[in-house]
Design a protein around this ligand. Structure first.
Ligand code: ADP
Ligand code: MG
Length: 248
C-alpha cells in the first residue's frame, strides 16, 4: 500500500531576496493523502515555500521533488500545475458574472489546455463530474447562481472546486477561513478533511482553534526553516514555539 509514502520532498531549500534568506535550509516532507497545516509568524516564509512548490520562485539551492522523480525546480508553473499541484490563493478569483456551474466548467476547460468555451458541448461524464464537485464543495443547490451573488465563504469553496477540476494530487490552500462566519469555518474544516486521503492537502493558516479542529499534523516555520512539527498539542507545548509566539 501507499500508506506513509511521501508525495513532496523539500530538502535544504534556500531562497534569498537581496541577501535576506526568506527560506533558510528548509527541509520538509508531505505524505501522500495527508492534511498538513503550516503555521508561523509573519515573514516566516510560508508564502515563499508555496511559491517554490508551484514554481513561482526558484530556490538558490536545495531540491524540491514531487513524487520520487519529478524535479519541480526544473519545471514551469504551468508544467507543475499539469503535473498535479493545485493552488488556491487567499483572494477568490471566481468569474462573478458566471454561475457556480459555469465557473467549474471554465476551470475544467482551462485545465484541459485546449480551446473550449461555454458553447462547446460537454459530455454527460463531464457534466456529472462538475455536479459531483459542486456537491463536494457544498454548492450543488446554488449551482445556477452567479458567483458574484455567493457569500464570501461560498466563493472560497467555489474556488477550491475550480482547483479540483485540475485533478490535483497535491492541493495548496492559503488562509482558507479568513473573513468567514463561524458556520462557514466549520464547513471549510469538514471540506478540507474530506479532500485529504484522495488528495494531499497543505494549508497555511493562523487560526489555532481551526487547526486543532481539523486535527492535522502541524509544521511551524520560523525564519525560513522548520522550528517544530507534530500534533497541535505537541507544537503548542514546545518551548521553542512558545518563545517565538510570545516574542512576537
Ligand atoms: P509569510 O508568508 O510566512 O508571512 P513570506 O514567505 O511572505 O512570509 O516572506 C518571508 C520573508 O521574505 C519576509 O521577510 C518577506 O518580506 C520576504 N520576501 C518575500 N517575498 C519577497 C520578495 N519578492 N522580495 C523581497 N523580499 C521578499
Ligand atoms: Mg504569507
Amino acid at each position: 500500500s501507499g500508506a506513509g509514502k511521501n508525495i513532496l520532498y523539500l530538502e535544504d531549500i534556500t531562497v534569498s531576496f537581496d541577501g535576506f534568506k526568506a527560506l533558510n535550509d528548509l527541509t520538509m516532507y508531505i505524505k501522500t493523502g495527508e492534511l498538513r497545516c503550516i503555521i508561523g509568524p509573519n515573514g516566516a516564509g510560508k508564502s515563499t515555500m508555496m511559491d517554490v512548490i508551484t514554481g513561482k520562485t526558484r530556490p538558490d539551492s536545495g531540491t524540491c521533488f514531487f513524487g520520487q522523480t519529478l524535479d519541480l525546480t526544473r519545471l514551469s508553473e504551468t508544467e507543475i500545475a499539469t503535473a498535479g499541484i493545485g493552488r488556491k490563493f487567499q483572494k477568490p478569483t471566481v468569474f462573478p458574472e458566471h454561475t457556480a456551474f459555469e465557473n467549474l466548467e471554465l476551470a475544467m476547460n482551462d485545465a484541459k489546455g485546449t480551446w473550449h468555451s461555454l458553447f462547446t458541448r460537454m459530455s454527460g461524464e463531464q457534466k456529472s463530474w462538475i455536479e459531483e464537485t459542486l456537491a463536494q464543495v457544498g454548492l450543488l443547490d446554488d449551482r445556477h447562481k452567479v458567483a458574484g451573488l455567493l457569500s464570501h465563504g461560498q466563493k472560497q469553496w467555489l474556488e477550491i472546486g475550480m482547483v479540483l477540476m485540475q485533478k490535483p494530487q497535491l492541493l495548496l490552500v492559503d488562509e482558507p477561513i479568513a473573513g468567514m462566519t463561524r458556520q462557514e469555518v466549520e464547513r471549510t474544516g469538514q471540506l478540507l478533511q474530506s479532500l485529504a486521503g484522495k488528495h494531499s492537502v497543505v494549508v497555511v493558516e493562523h487560526d489555532m482553534e481551526f487547526i486543532r479542529s481539523i486535527a492535522s499534523t502541524v509544521t511551524v516555520l520560523h525564519q525560513g526553516s522548520v522550528l517544530a512539527e507534530g500534533t497541535m498539542d505537541q507544537v503548542q507545548n514546545d518551548p521553542k514555539v512558545i518563545e517565538v509566539y510570545l516574542g512576537e
